[in-house]
Design a protein around this ligand. Structure first.
Ligand code: KPL
Length: 318
């Protein structure tokens, strides 16, 4: 092959915003594939190279090195990104994206991957024509150290776009294939919102109750929680219907109890946030149900009460 005809393979440039447990887990899963140039966005002034450690579910330890893009290099680096995966907490999404979005090229695509719902409604107005996809993952990951993540559970990752967003450019096929082949048990949906509402139903029931009762997910199988779980989920079904999303209450309750059983020995993310006195994601979970209920002038007393109880717990943090 002559030197002139040799073409370097076109690596997709993927950048992750948010180096929490899920951000690092996704980094490692993509890095194992070696079909992309990966980096994290850092808030440090200068860029650096960071050794990362990953413990797989069966205890194997894998090391990678990650480029952390510092603010001095935002201008040059961010304009080359093909896909930005946003893995910060729901309540951080808008603020975290504000300094980043204007520096991305017009062709860059953004994927939001967080617990709860809502931030996409704020982000849409900031996109200036760039594509947006949404997703949710039930994979479990735990930070053992700042740069050492252990995968604690397998689970589905559901990614996709939405009818309401179709005027935006779709995720290029090559990037979609890359994500689906790198992330185990991942699927792509042309209409992702019903899937996000389904996951929200699991979270509105499990997250606040485990935090309020300071218990493992499995303890929610007790009879005393049955009524609140049923009411919280049935309120969500009515709100979703007014939002144009048809959900099946019996199916959702089965899902909730299936997750309670499958994750019986886990503490929910909200339980962990409360134990560590961190801000919870309640506004994007039961709070999103309240927000959409208000738009449709509906009352959701059980979700309101769960939200208020979590707010009271947060108010008592020292
Ligand atoms: O998503 C979760 C969370 O903890 O945030 C569940 C599914 C409830 C598992 O703990």
């Amino acid at each position: 092959m002559s030197v002139q005809s040799y073409k370097k393979p076109a690596f997709a440039k993927i950048c992750i915003l948010g180096a929490g447990a899920i951000g690092q887990l996704i980094y490692h899963q993509l890095a194992e594939q070696s079909q992309s140039r990966l980096s994290f966005i850092s808030r440090d002034a200068n860029s650096s190279v960071q050794p990362l450690r990953f413990t797989t579910i069966d205890g194997q330890v894998i090391n990678h090195k990650a480029a952390l893009i510092g603010q001095a290099d935002y201008q040059t680096h961010l304009s080359q990104i093909d896909l930005l995966i946003v893995c910060v907490k729901a309540y951080q999404v808008s603020d975290a994206l504000k300094p980043i979005l204007p520096r991305l090229s017009a062709n860059a695509h953004i994927l939001l991957l967080h617990n709860g719902m809502g931030p996409h409604l704020e982000v849409i107005s900031m996109l200036k024509g760039r594509g947006l996809s949404l997703g949710t993952t039930s994979q479990g990951a735990l930070k053992l150290d700042k740069w050492h993540v252990k995968q604690t559970g397998n689970g589905l990752t559901q990614l996709g776009s939405s009818q309401a967003l179709t005027q935006l450019p779709p995720l290029p096929v090559k990037l979609k294939q890359l994500l689906l082949s790198a992330i185990p048990q991942s699927d792509w949906y042309s209409e992702i919102l019903p899937l996000l509402w389904q996951k929200l139903a699991v979270n509105v029931a499990i997250n606040p109750l485990t935090a309020i009762f300071n218990c493992l997910n499995g303890e929610l199988a007790a009879d005393k929680h049955k009524q609140v779980i049923a009411n919280a989920v049935s309120e969500l079904v009515v709100v979703a219907k007014h939002d144009g999303i048809e959900l099946d209450l019996d199916f959702l309750l089965q899902r909730v109890y299936q997750v309670i059983e499958l994750t019986a020995n886990n503490f929910s993310s909200m339980h962990q946030d409360v134990q560590h006195q961190r801000k919870t994601e309640i506004d994007a979970i039961n709070g999103f149900v309240l927000q959409r209920a208000a738009v449709h002038q509906l009352e959701v007393p059980v979700n309101l009460s769960l939200l208020q109880q979590i707010k009271q717990i947060e108010a008592k943090y020292e």
